[in-house]
Design a protein around this ligand. Structure first.
Ligand code: FMN
Length: 202
């Protein structure tokens, strides 16, 4: 595989918000998680956990909880600038993709770990490390042909209990994984040019 072919596939990745019901192959999901786990992390703490949900009842429960959070967000917490930035994406309070997509991966960051019984110490560079692992995961699933949405309800803390995770873990996002519905609309976006994203000191 050449870097050019990786680029061609990477440029096909777009955020998809409408999924069909074709199931995911769990072997692909496991392989992609193994790829995510190769990410570098601060002091090799590997401060991530991936909760993979394919059960319909749990997806419905998660959707209901997220829609409640979205309602409160749009009604009282969102700033005017943020609202304007989101307008071009035409986002709604209802999140049907959470019950329609075959697979939800809730990505958790472990803010601290227990180095001896009852003794908790903070992890290093948690946001950076989990962000990199998430990037690896997205890239792997994109290479395998899956469609995805990086969904971030705000606030997101309720996912710890909903997924049965310990209190040292906070969700970073829900990665919605599946296959794009044929009629899935795509907002027109203009990506930055090489001149805008990079400078070279030779
Ligand atoms: C950290 C992060 C949070 C995001 N949160 C949401 C979200 O909550 N809802 C949503 O519909 N899209 C969300 N997105 C998707 C972005 O809107 C999308 O990546 C951006 O518009 C660029 O489009 P593209 O991914 O198709 O290139 C998020 C993306 C990132 C990286």
């Amino acid at each position: 595989m050449t870097l050019d072919s990786v680029l061609t596939q990477a440029q096909k990745r777009r955020t998809i918000r409408h999924f069909d019901s074709t199931p995911v192959d769990m072997n692909d999901i496991r392989t992609a998680l193994n790829i995510a786990a190769t990410a570098p992390s601060g002091a090799d703490m590997q401060p991530w956990h991936f909760c993979v949900i394919t059960q319909d009842a749990k997806k419905r429960e998660l959707r209901e909880a997220c829609e409640q959070v979205e309602r409160e967000f749009y009604e009282s917490r969102i700033s005017e600038v943020w609202r304007q930035d989101l307008e071009k994406l035409n986002l709604q309070i209802e999140k049907p993709f959470l019950s329609e997509a075959p697979c939800l991966i809730v990505i958790f960051k472990q803010m601290k770990h227990e180095d001896s019984p009852g003794h908790w110490v903070p992890n290093y560079y948690v946001n950076e490390s989990v962000g990199i692992a998430t990037g690896f995961l997205i890239q792997a699933l994109n290479q395998a042909g899956y469609a995805m949405l990086t969904y971030t309800p705000a606030p997101i803390h309720f996912l710890t209990e909903l997924c049965g995770r310990p209190e040292n873990e906070i969700a970073e996002m829900i990665l919605v994984v599946g296959h794009a519905r044929k009629d899935a609309p795509l907002p027109q976006l203009k990506k930055k040019t090489m001149e805008e994203i990079a400078s070279f000191i030779d």
